[in-house]
Design a protein around this ligand. Structure first.
Ligand SMILES: [Mn+2]
Length: 282
């Protein structure tokens, strides 16, 4: 009867990585992230880029109360002793000029380094630096972004119809990303590239974001971690007290999504939708 997220004390991890939240877009699942942040605490919180979507905000202003709440929640964690490190991405690249500075207890860094409990050194970067498309033709990246937004909108309409028919959530863009051969190639190329960079620079591993594909795995002896996103997969990367890394999904943490959605605070639960089960499959 009582959903897991109704627990009284937040679950504590040693570190939490989140990325690709895209605050300032209609695709951002701010309520879900807020729910996650409410129920999970850590000694270290890494914001691995694309937290705010400056590209979309420049085109049209979209900022809901829940987007403020996410920012406030993170600032409060910083005040209460969580070491918060913000590594900007390409969608919030404006923040990169503040690399090296601290604001409101949040350290802004071009890249960061994390030491796990079992002594591994991890490089923390968003990862767009390794995205050839963005590196060499920025206008193409903008186009891709618009296309992605359009796909998400179509997907939302389609799922509204599906929900009216009592059918489960189906993720079009996840499907495209996972099934289209080029996309799969892109993902594996990206992962190889990032792991290679970590190795080249003498790190034991890398944690990044950017491609909206949560992952933790070994690539030729180097740890590759990706914190996923809060647009679709609602995922984070966490470090357990013993140094073990794990990808967690909001839907799995919730146990029974429908019940938990109703049990959350009214303001926060207003936009909670049934769990996107499809995105849990990798
Ligand atoms: Mn990005």
């Amino acid at each position: 009867m009582s959903p897991t997220l109704q627990q009284t004390a937040p679950r504590r991890y040693r570190a939490i990585w989140i990325s690709d939240v895209h605050l300032g877009t209609s695709g951002c699942r701010a309520e879900h992230l807020l729910d996650f942040l409410r129920h999970h605490d850590a000694d270290y919180l890494y914001l691995v880029g694309d937290i705010v979507d400056g590209w979309q905000l420049r085109k049209s202003w979209y900022w809901k109360q829940s987007h403020n709440d996410v920012v406030q929640k993170i600032l409060r964690k910083a005040r209460k002793g969580t070491r918060v490190v913000y590594v900007p991405g390409n969608h919030d690249e404006a923040a990169r000029q503040y690399g090296g500075l601290d604001f409101g207890g949040i350290a802004i860094r071009q890249e960061a380094e994390h030491h796990t409990a079992d002594g591994r050194r991890l490089l923390i970067i968003h990862g767009d630096e390794f995205d050839g498309v963005i590196q060499y033709a920025k206008w193409l990246a903008y186009l891709g972004d618009n296309l992605y937004t359009l796909i998400l909108q179509l997907n939302r309409g389609y799922n509204w119809v599906r929900s009216q028919l009592g059918l489960p959530y189906w993720s079009l863009s996840q499907y495209l990303k996972h099934k289209v051969k080029n996309a799969v190639n892109f993902i594996s190329d990206f992962e190889q590239l990032l792991a290679g960079e970590a190795r080249r620079r003498g790190f034991d591993g890398v944690v990044c974001g950017h491609i909206h594909k949560a992952e933790v795995k070994d690539i030729d002896g180097v740890l590759y971690g990706n914190s996923g996103d809060w647009v679709e997969s609602l995922s984070a990367l966490v470090e357990h007290p013993d140094g073990r890394l794990e990808v967690v999904y909001w839907t799995q943490l919730l146990g029974k999504p429908a019940q938990a959605a109703h049990s959350a605070e009214p303001a926060a639960s207003a936009n909670l939708e049934p769990a996107p089960e499809a995105t849990c499959a990798s």
